[in-house]
Design a protein around this ligand. Structure first.
Ligand SMILES: [Zn+2]
Length: 66
Protein backbone atom coordinates (compact mmCIF):
# COMPACT_ATOMS: atom_id res chain seq x y z
CA UNK A 1 0.00 0.00 0.00
CA UNK A 2 2.73 2.57 0.75
CA UNK A 3 4.19 1.97 -2.73
CA UNK A 4 0.83 2.61 -4.34
CA UNK A 5 0.34 5.78 -2.32
CA UNK A 6 3.77 7.00 -3.40
CA UNK A 7 2.98 6.78 -7.13
CA UNK A 8 -0.69 7.73 -6.99
CA UNK A 9 -1.61 11.06 -8.53
CA UNK A 10 -4.75 11.23 -6.43
CA UNK A 11 -5.77 9.55 -3.18
CA UNK A 12 -9.40 9.53 -2.10
CA UNK A 13 -10.05 8.32 1.44
CA UNK A 14 -13.54 7.00 2.02
CA UNK A 15 -15.27 7.03 5.39
CA UNK A 16 -18.37 5.55 6.91
CA UNK A 17 -20.91 7.43 9.01
CA UNK A 18 -20.77 7.33 12.81
CA UNK A 19 -24.12 5.87 13.96
CA UNK A 20 -24.03 8.01 17.13
CA UNK A 21 -23.49 11.51 15.75
CA UNK A 22 -23.63 11.18 11.96
CA UNK A 23 -20.12 12.59 11.39
CA UNK A 24 -17.47 10.91 9.24
CA UNK A 25 -16.24 7.72 10.90
CA UNK A 26 -12.52 7.02 10.57
CA UNK A 27 -12.36 4.21 13.16
CA UNK A 28 -13.83 0.74 13.59
CA UNK A 29 -15.28 0.13 17.04
CA UNK A 30 -15.15 -3.48 18.19
CA UNK A 31 -18.23 -4.28 20.28
CA UNK A 32 -18.80 -6.96 22.88
CA UNK A 33 -22.44 -7.28 24.03
CA UNK A 34 -23.13 -3.90 22.39
CA UNK A 35 -20.45 -2.19 24.51
CA UNK A 36 -16.93 -1.18 23.41
CA UNK A 37 -14.65 -4.17 23.83
CA UNK A 38 -11.89 -4.05 26.43
CA UNK A 39 -8.32 -3.62 25.16
CA UNK A 40 -7.41 -7.08 26.49
CA UNK A 41 -10.52 -8.93 25.23
CA UNK A 42 -9.64 -11.78 22.90
CA UNK A 43 -9.84 -10.94 19.21
CA UNK A 44 -11.34 -14.31 18.32
CA UNK A 45 -14.32 -15.35 20.43
CA UNK A 46 -16.19 -18.65 20.51
CA UNK A 47 -19.52 -18.75 18.66
CA UNK A 48 -22.68 -17.57 20.34
CA UNK A 49 -21.13 -14.52 21.97
CA UNK A 50 -22.59 -11.27 20.71
CA UNK A 51 -19.84 -9.26 19.11
CA UNK A 52 -19.52 -6.98 16.18
CA UNK A 53 -17.97 -3.90 14.71
CA UNK A 54 -19.36 -0.57 13.71
CA UNK A 55 -17.91 2.64 12.32
CA UNK A 56 -17.18 5.44 14.80
CA UNK A 57 -15.84 8.97 14.63
CA UNK A 58 -12.78 9.83 16.72
CA UNK A 59 -15.01 11.36 19.42
CA UNK A 60 -17.09 8.22 19.91
CA UNK A 61 -14.39 5.58 19.43
CA UNK A 62 -13.59 4.07 22.82
CA UNK A 63 -10.79 1.74 23.94
CA UNK A 64 -11.60 0.42 27.41
CA UNK A 65 -8.49 -0.08 29.50
CA UNK A 66 -10.03 -0.29 33.00
ZN1 LIG B 1 -19.55 10.07 16.44
Amino acid sequence: MPALLAIATRVEKLTAICPICGEDAHCTQRLFNDEPAHYHDPIVLPGGIAEGNEPRCLLHHKVRRD
